[in-house]
Ligand binder design. Sequence first.
Ligand SMILES: Cc1cc2nc3c(=O)[nH]c(=O)nc-3n(C[C@H](O)[C@H](O)[C@H](O)COP(=O)(O)OP(=O)(O)OC[C@H]3O[C@@H](n4cnc5c(N)ncnc54)[C@H](O)[C@@H]3O)c2cc1C
Length: 468
Amino acid sequence: MTHIAIIGGGISGLAAAFALEELRRSGALEYALYESSPHLGGVLRTEHVEGCIVEAGPDSFLTEKPWAADLCRILGLGDQLIGSNDTGRKTYILVRGRLIPMPDGLMFMVPTKILPTGFSSLFSWTTKLRMAQELFHRPRAANADESVASLVERHYGAEMVNRLADPLLSGVYGGEAASLSVRAVLPRFAEMERTHGSLGRAMLAARKKIPHSANKPAPLFTSLKNGMQQLVETLVPRLDQASLLTNTHVHSIHPEAEGWTVGVYPEARGSGLNSDRFDAVILAVPTHAAAQLLATSSPDLSAELAAIAYSSSITVGLGYDRGVRESLPPGFGFLVPRSEGKRLLAATFVHNKFPHRAPDDRALLRCFFAGSNAESIWPLSDDAIVTVVRDELEQILGLRAAPLFARIYKWKSAMAQYGVGHLERLDRIERLRQQLPGLALAGNGYRGIGVPDCIRSGQDAARQVLNL
Ligand SMILES: Cc1cc2nc3c(=O)[nH]c(=O)nc-3n(C[C@H](O)[C@H](O)[C@H](O)COP(=O)(O)OP(=O)(O)OC[C@H]3O[C@@H](n4cnc5c(N)ncnc54)[C@H](O)[C@@H]3O)c2cc1C
């Protein structure tokens, strides 16, 4: 019988375990899933506070990436999937202290409608002129990788980087446009530049190809009625309970003549270091943790994994009464460019984005800090963090009311940053991994940081170890 170790009980490791579960039931294999903390699900965590559904980590996933919704359906959660309330979708950008709505027709940061962009006060006339000139850019042969900031600046200028590219990417990766790889993070943009030259023309051409459908377009974001933790709570009981080893930190892994040894500190059992033998290992942990585990067995692979940067983040959930709900601007929330000098990077008006998440007489705000902005408030007490958030919400929204409740969640080095050259690094990682038979890698450090990509990476890793 094949024995497989899964290290990491976040959604990547759980997806891998679920993909192996049918074969385990048929007696073809056994697996053991090791998780350092007492909880399974990693950063997927939801709290229910005074009728509100407060997300500590991810609040939803992109609908166009199918793997998360597909898994939910397999688990019988199809009727629990909810879409974002896109009729109310409006996102503001803070510019010189004022919230300005993103104009209609902006696709990520590419303008596709002339009038709304032309009349918007989000951009200066210089940037608007750049947008018009951009339509005449000629196709450009693919050169080496570059940062998102560098590509966007070449097309639309520095203001577009500062006001849109950087805040949008901060909200997703907790990282900066100046360091994120365009090929890893926005591969479509690199391809559009190669084929069309102009991103604007490429977007319009792509839009023309979409068949007109009488059906309502799919919502941009999907989530679960009871919050993202509902996925974990439904998935975990479908796994073999005896195979789930929480409070068990993996200390080392070593390749043997045949298979692997996994060394663990089973803290809950209060004993010292144990080791177990396996035919294969799925490392479903952040790459900095994988690097530590591989430091002696493959220093080269370990160094490549350690070079993938991670950023820390803090989310703050704030509940308010009806009066605040009525006073907030309509829409999904706002983004704050770094040049505004605030620590807050983004805030979501959750009651508008997902109306199921708050009763009608409550407002629910989700505030987001990442990277150096998160580090700067990390050591503060919870009360002091709430004071920072309230000060900035007062400056931005004029919101003075005290929240009915506040919840703070800190995530140390949890969001991978795909730096320039990330895809080349992944090629090197893959070559080095192949020298270690029976090792598979999953998680958010490789080909997508979102929940759907992590689920797909866990499923792929399970398939990979089955082809031993
Ligand atoms: C604040 C925040 C907001 C986000 N928002 C969104 C969003 O809205 N939509 C979206 O799609 N994505 C979002 N993401 C990204 C997405 O949630 C994560 O990339 C994804 O959930 C990571 O899952 P994972 O299993 O790979 O890693 P993790 O959830 O980090 O799990 C890894 C697990 O491995 C365990 N572990 C580590 N080392 C060891 C060891 N040596 N031994 C045993 N166990 C170990 C850890 O304890 C942890 O539980 C967000 C992320 C964060 C932090």
